[in-house]
Each structure stands twice: as C-alpha cells, then as structure tokens.
Design a protein around this ligand. Structure first.
Ligand code: PFF
Length: 493
C-alpha cells in the first residue's frame, strides 16, 4: 500500500479506539432487539447455551480470520480476497453486496429508533408516552418513515465523513461507554418492577418457559441451532466486510487474537444484558397488567417496538424518560453498526481506485454510497413492513397464499439475499479458503499465521486451524440451509 493510499484510507488512532469501534460494529440492533426476541422464541436457556458454543467455535475463528485478512492485505473485502486468491475474489464481492443490502433496511430500523425517541420525549410532557399502538401508526406513515430514515442516514454520513480516527473512532469512544451505562440504568429499572423475577426465571431456569405457559413447546434443537447460528453471525458483524475493513486500518503491532476474544465477549455480554433488561421488563409489565403469559409478546420482532413501548406507556411521565434513555441507547447501537457497513462498502471503491493507481476522494465516495443506500431504503421505509399495499408479493403479482419470509415485505426481501444467503455463504467460503486453499504450494494458513500469533502467547493457532477447517464450514453450511429454509418456508427443519 503506498503512502498516498494509506492517507485516503486512514488508520485507527489507538488500539482501544479500534476495539470500541469493532465492538460498536458488533453491538447493534441484533443484540438489543434480535437476541432477546429470539431467546424469547426459543424458550430461554437452551438458546443461550447453543449461542455461546457457536460464538466460541464458529464466530471467534471467523472474527480472527477476517481481522487477519484485513490487516495482512491492508485492503477492504474485495481486494483482500483477491490478494489471497484470485479464485476467491468473488467472495469479497459478497462481502460488499451484503452490507449494502443490509443498510437498505438497517437505516429504516435506525429511523424507527429516532421515531420512538420522539414519541417518548413527547410522552414526558404529556403525562406518559403512547404505547404499542404507536407501531401501527408509524408503519402506515410512508413519509414519516422516509423522513426518520433520512435523518438516520445523515447522522451516519456525517460520522463516516469524519474519517476512521476522526469520525468512526471518535463516535465509538463516547458512544459505546454511554450505551453500556444506559443499559445498566434500564436493567435496574426493569429488575425493580414487581414480578421481574418471572422474566429472569424464563431466561435461566431450564424448562420454565413451557412449565409457566409462556410458550407452548420448546422448538426443536435443530431450529434453535439455526436461529442461534444466524443470530450469532449477524451480531458479530461477520462475513460483511466490516471486520476485514476495520482490521485493515489496524497497526502491525496490535494483538489480533486478544482483540478478537474481547470483541466476541463484549458483544455477547451486551446481548445478554439486553436480554436481562428487555425480558424481565416485558414479563413484569404483562403480568402486572393481567396479560396472559402466552400473550406477552416475548417471541416476535414486536418485542421492542410494541411490548416494551407498553412498559414505558404504563409508567406515566417517568416512562417517557426511560423510553428516551432506552431508545437513545438502541440508536447508538444502530449508528455504530451502520457506520461500519457504510465503511465496508466505501472502502471497496477507494481500494479499487488505488489498485489502479488512482486516488478518489473519501468524502465523495462516502456521500455517493450513502445517497444510493438512502434511495433504495426509501422503498423499504415506504413499505412499512408490508403494511402499505406494495409488498414484494403484491409487487410481483403473486397470490396471497404464496406469501413467505422472502416476499412478505421489502425489508425481508433485502434480508434474504444479505443475511440469508450472502452472509453464511461468504463465511463458509472464507473458512474454506483459509482452511484448504494453497498459494504457490503453501497453505493460506501459513500466510496468516504471523497475524494470529503476533503478541499472543496462548495456544490459539491449532484451535483456529481446526475450527476453520472443519467446524466452521460444516456449521456455516447448516446455517445457510436453515436461513434458506426460514425465508422460503420449505419446512426442512
Ligand atoms: N452486528 C450488527 C448488529 O448486531 O445489529 C449488525 C451488523 C453490523 C452486521 C455490521 C454486519 C456488519 F458488518
């Protein structure tokens, strides 16, 4: 990488700045929204244990692989893969298309957080915020959703324009500690509600979810495995170019293995903390208001924007204050993830130009990428999760009986190609490339060995090699099948 390109690409100001940014990328809506409701759907503890095992044996090796790939090549996804193996270059493209598609709906969800901050702010002065009915009102307002999406994109754009150290790192250094403090405040509030203990039992006592009637029966082990696998991948920001990109800004002296372990632990901790805040609050509020336990709404995507909003609504004016704190924390999480996705797409163009000996402006690239994302996101926003009459099945003129996960709304349509297919496929091929590919007769492992071992005295290399060769490809293959099954409704699992 020549001097000029390093300047356009930028680099981290410090290791802690990198760590907080990588944790920021990982900690997002997936942790605070997805984790609790998937745990709710799967009935608690089993999901948690499966998730932990997958994070250690599948997530950690891929995290380390992506950071190594980035630092070793000094490039974003496409060029990183290309430099390792021409044959695998197209896998790098998967890791650019996926974050682009993810951003077309992540920005809409980020906009929802802004909407909910406003609702709760109004609630502080109006004697209490509105409850779950707010969700329907928001979804049926295409202009409103487009407006908050654009606001969200503007915030992210401004941060990305600031550069790696001056924008992304600066934001995360303040945003991540603030998020953790706000989460602790919400946990304390949740645990001091009468009957919050029932929510904790739901999470940690084996079999309690079924015994107490929260869910009828625990899903099959294989479907828990699939749900936890998809969730773990998304939550750790893997196979989306983000970690390769962030790794490429990292200095040679930093310890990749230690950093990877810290990122995985921090992401998992925040997800569990989010569960500890959201589930007890929702359960307590449901029981205290006479809602039958099986109707509390723990198990669906409505958990955050409906069930939890009812918790705030039932607390009066003070509910508005907690609502604002909570949705600001979700917004911080969403921004810190979104900026890594925008960065992964933008850096691809910057690297592409530099490989051809040209230099393109970072500002112009980030602006163009952000504008294109926002334009496509208008469709997802206006669709309002399929509420407004032009969901993909309607758009393609399909019968109502043909509605499945991939065509029920534009958000899911974008999600199926990115999270459903590109992400697991990309991760599986990444593991196969590193685990089995040879360059000039030497395994790719050899090239990355120095990255993994630098500064780390513990035994990790053998574990990493074994996982990437055997555990990760097989695990990813099943996750891919499960995602396809989930979106297309084949009923395999
Ligand atoms: N990890 C983020 C979350 O849990 O919400 C989402 C995400 C961000 C996925 C960045 C992928 C990525 F590259």
């Amino acid at each position: 990488m020549d001097e000029k390109n390093v300047n356009v690409r930028g680099s981290w100001g410090s290791n802690i700045g990198f760590l907080l940014s990588a944790i920021g990328s990982a900690v997002g809506l997936g942790n605070i929204w997805g984790f609790p409701y998937k745990m709710g759907k799967c009935g608690g503890l089993t999901f948690l244990l499966v998730y932990l095992a997958l994070a250690i044996f599948v997530g950690l090796p891929i995290m380390l692989a992506e950071l190594s790939l980035g630092r070793n090549t000094g490039c974003g996804p496409v060029n990183a893969y290309k430099r390792i193996s021409k044959k695998f270059k197209w896998v790098g493209w998967l890791a650019v298309i996926a974050p682009f598609l993810i951003m077309t709906f992540y920005s809409v969800l980020g906009g929802y957080c802004i909407w909910y901050i406003i609702i709760n702010l109004i609630g502080i002065f109006a004697g209490g915020p509105a409850g779950s009915a707010s969700f329907g009102a928001m979804l049926t307002s295409p202009i409103g959703q487009i407006g908050v999406m654009i606001l969200f994109m503007l915030i992210c754009w401004l941060i990305n324009m600031g550069g790696v150290a001056g924008g992304i790192e600066k934001f995360n250094k303040v945003g991540m500690p603030a998020l953790a403090i706000m989460l602790v405040i919400i946990i304390i509030r949740a645990w001091t509600l009468p009957n919050a203990g029932e929510g904790l039992k739901f999470m940690f006592v084996p079999g309690y979810a079924v015994k107490a009637g929260f869910i009828e029966k625990t899903p099959s082990f294989i479907s828990i495995l699939a749900t936890a696998g998809g969730q773990m991948f998304f939550s750790l920001s893997l196979a989306m170019g983000a970690m390769i990109t962030y790794g490429s800004y990292l200095g040679k002296g930093e310890n990749l293995t230690k950093n990877s372990i810290i990122i995985v632990i921090a992401d998992t901790l925040i997800a569990i903390m989010a569960g500890l805040a959201v589930i007890p609050a929702a359960v307590a509020n449901g029981i205290n208001n006479g809602v039958p336990v099986n109707e509390i709404g723990l198990s669906g995507p409505g958990l955050l924007f409906k069930t939890l909003q009812d918790v705030f609504a039932n607390m009066g004016s003070l509910g508005g204050v907690f609502g604002v704190i909570f949705f600001v924390l979700v917004l911080l999480a969403a921004i810190s993830s979104a900026i890594s996705l925008i960065e992964a797409v933008s850096v691809t163009f910057i690297d592409h130009a530099s490989a051809k000996g040209k230099e393109i402006s970072r500002h112009r690239t980030v602006t163009l990428v952000s504008v294109i994302i926002a334009l496509v996101a208008c469709l997802v926003a206006a669709d309002g999760l399929g509420e407004n009459g032009f969901a993909p099945w309607q758009f393609f003129g399909m019968a109502e009986s043909k509605i499945a996960g991939w065509n029920d709304c534009w958000l899911d349509f974008m999600d199926v190609w990115s999270e459903g297919i590109a992400m697991p496929l990309g991760a599986m091929l990444c593991a196969i490339m590193i685990g089995w590919e040879k360059i000039d007769g030497k395994p790719v492992f050899d090239r990355l060995k120095g990255e993994v071992e630098s500064g780390y005295s513990g035994k990790i290399y053998g574990f990493w090699q074994f996982c990437l060769r055997y555990v990760t490809p097989i695990g990813m293959f099943f996750i891919l099948l499960a995602q396809v099954d989930g979106f297309f409704g084949f009923g395999w699992f």
